[in-house]
Structure formats: C-alpha cells, structure tokens
Design a protein around this ligand. Structure first.
Ligand SMILES: C[S@@+](CC[C@H](N)C(=O)[O-])C[C@H]1O[C@@H](n2cnc3c(N)ncnc32)[C@H](O)[C@@H]1O
Length: 268
C-alpha cells in the first residue's frame, strides 16, 4: 500500500540552536510558506503534526526533513561512483544517451536529489552547467543546500556541484515559458511507478516526491526547448514509454533502466 505524499508543514532547529541556525530556519520557513516552530517548545512529536506531515530541521551544517516514515538528508547516491568511472575512461549510459559534450547546457526537468545532474555537470566540464527543476519546494531546498555544503571528495566534483542551479518549479510551467533552443539537452526522470528493488534512498525520497507523470505536452515542449536532444529515463519494464513513441532506446541490455532519446524539433 502506498501512503499519500507527505507535506512539509513547519521548519524548526535542532536542540540548543546557534543564532545562525534560528535565522536560517526562519528564512527557510518563509521561503517555503510554512510556520517556523522554535524547538524550545519541546520535542518534534509535540508540535501537533499529523502522520503525513513533514518538518524541516536545521542543524549545524545540515538539513533534515523528518517524515512519519523516517529522516531524509542529502547524499549523492551513486553519483560519485559514476564520476569515478568516467574519470578512469569508463562510460556512463546516461551521458551516452544525452550525447553530452564539454560546454553543454542541460535542463534536468526532474532534478530530485541531483544524482544524474551531478554526473551531467561533471561531464559537461567547466564551461557547461545544469539547471535542475524540482516541483516540491522542500526537496528543492534539501538538494540545493546539500549540493552547497556536502563534503565533496575532490575539487572537480565540488566544482561540478557548484555548476548546478536548483529552482523549485514545475517543469511544464517552465517549458511553456522558454524560448526554443535554450538548452542543449533536456532530461526527464519522473518517479518510477514502482521503485527498483534495493533502491532504499529513492524509497525515502518517494515519501515527499511528486508522483506525476511525463505528459505528451511536456515532451513536445522539451523537443522545442532542447537544441539537440530530449532524454527520458524509465524502468525497462515500464508501460509508460510506449504511448510516447520513443524513436530510440539506449542503455545496457542487462540494465533495469532504459533511456529513451528524441532528437530536438530543430535537429530532426
Ligand atoms: C526520480 S526523481 C529524480 C531523480 C534524479 N534523476 C536523480 O538522479 O537524482 C524525480 C523528481 O522529480 C520531481 N518532479 C516530478 N514531477 C515534476 C515536475 N512536473 N516538475 C519538476 N519536478 C518534478 C519529483 O518530486 C522527484 O523529486
């Protein structure tokens, strides 16, 4: 049984917060349009929150989103492993499907925790960059803060993280307002209908993520906004891709995911 999406209803701090944390918590509460609840009022459980309510907790050097199902904190997932592989001359199926080149501007229309965005930002190099859109404002915040403060293992990865800009925005509204050819590649990875086995991190993310689908309108607009390509990641066994009639599927034959590739309207 899947639970309804949790919603952030308040921002608070850890116990005994420094003044800077209280200031940040107030600022984030106002940005998210929710209440700031001083932690001095007692433990989180006594703030009168329902089971589907989530709270952003500002602590020294990190943000946590607490839901009834657990705690969500930023971490880079498999991105660091994928970058290590690329650095040693290996291939990454997403980078291949996107056909990324140094200097490319990528729109990640469903950025989530920015694992794919980090790999794309690394692969496009110093002159490239990624704009990541996330519809759920609290998740956009978690990712943006995570990218900013995570202890990256090397300067090239830290630089890649700094080339990702996160906006809390619905990709459909964004794409409707963009001129043709604004990005080289547009990428979609909406939440899979069923999570992949073993992907605990994405299961935690699912509690707050928007479960919406990629619509034909968003895909058609993306093919205008992209100068070269639109790439959609899906489960190999998903039934959602066929109605979108992808001209080409990429990804290893043993992989559980595929990348559907459309050339842009300008290029096709
Ligand atoms: C599967 S996650 C993306 C994971 C990401 N590719 C990564 O590697 O970290 C999908 C994200 O897209 C967000 N999302 C869903 N519909 C959206 C929309 N219309 N606009 C922007 N973000 C959306 C969800 O809230 C979720 O966080």
């Amino acid at each position: 049984m899947s639970l309804p999406m949790a919603r952030v209803v308040a921002v608070t701090t850890g116990r005994d917060p420094a003044p800077a944390q209280e200031i940040l918590a107030r600022r984030l509460a106002s940005r998210l349009g929710v209440d700031y609840v001083p932690r001095s009022r007692g433990p989180l459980g006594r703030t009168g929150l329902g089971p589907q309510a989530a709270v952003v907790v500002v602590e020294r050097g990190r943000l946590t989103i607490r839901t009834g199902q657990g705690a969500l904190r930023y971490h880079p997932g498999m991105a660091l492993h994928r970058i290590r592989l690329l650095r040693s001359g290996g291939l990454d199926p997403m980078v291949q499907a996107m056909g990324l080149r140094p200097g490319d501007r990528v729109l990640d229309a469903t950025v989530g925790p920015a694992w794919d965005a980090l790999v794309a930002a690394w692969a496009t190099g110093e002159q490239g960059g990624v704009l990541g859109l996330e519809k759920v404002p609290a998740l956009a915040l978690l990712t943006a803060e995570g990218l900013r403060v995570y202890p990256w293992p090397s300067p090239d990865v830290a630089a890649a993280a700094s080339r990702i800009r996160i906006e809390a925005e619905d990709h459909l509204a964004f794409l409707r307002a963009r001129p043709a050819g604004s990005f080289d590649v547009v990428y979609f990875d909406v939440m899979f209908q069923r999570g992949l086995p073993g992907s605990q991190a994405m299961r935690d993310w699912r509690a707050l993520a928007d479960p919406g689908e990629l619509t034909p309108e968003a895909l058609a607009l993306a093919r205008i906004v992209a100068r070269r390509r639109v790439v959609v990641k899906e489960r190999r066994d998903s039934e959602r891709l066929a109605p979108l009639r992808p001209p080409r599927l990429e990804g290893g034959s043993s992989s559980r995911v595929v990348y559907a590739v459309w050339e842009s309207e300008a290029g096709s």
